[in-house]
Design a protein around this ligand. Sequence first.
Ligand SMILES: [Zn+2]
Length: 185
Amino acid sequence: MLAFAGVLQQCSYSQTSSTAKNKTMENNKEVKKDKNSVYSRTDTSKVNLSEEEWKKVLPAEVYNIARQKGTERPWTSKFEGFKEIGTYYCAVCGNALFKSDTKYESGCGWPSFYEPISKTSVIYERDTSHGMIRDEVMCGRCKSHLGHVFNDGPPPTGLRYCINGVVLDFEKAKEAEKKYNEKKG
Ligand SMILES: [Zn+2]
């Protein structure tokens, strides 16, 4: 809520910083998206692209939810009933957001978690659109819209982070993968 003024001021951030960052990232051997050069699972520096730039680098459905604050249709996400062990990242910038052990079946039709991976992994803003008062959840690194948080979640937090699966990337935990392979023989 306090951050809101800051968001407005940063909207027109210049292209130069992202270009400089891209150069240093070229040497990193890591997960990267084709056109999206800010995507990184290791770089934690804040990302500030213009909406025009986001539109160029993101797939249309990701852009619609992440940058236009859209909502995917309920029960459409592959992550809704997904039970693999691992980490969920921001599909826009690669920021780690949630761990699978805080994911639970909320029955609301969207992937739900009771706690983000760290205090800074997500940020919040009061959302009064559509005649409701809700708390919007955004990525702490790139400020993309992720979903909303409600007070009807399970212990220990009592919170329900209701997140659009489209803006999530999942990586299986290495340990879990090893066990799976052993079982397979
Ligand atoms: Zn992000």
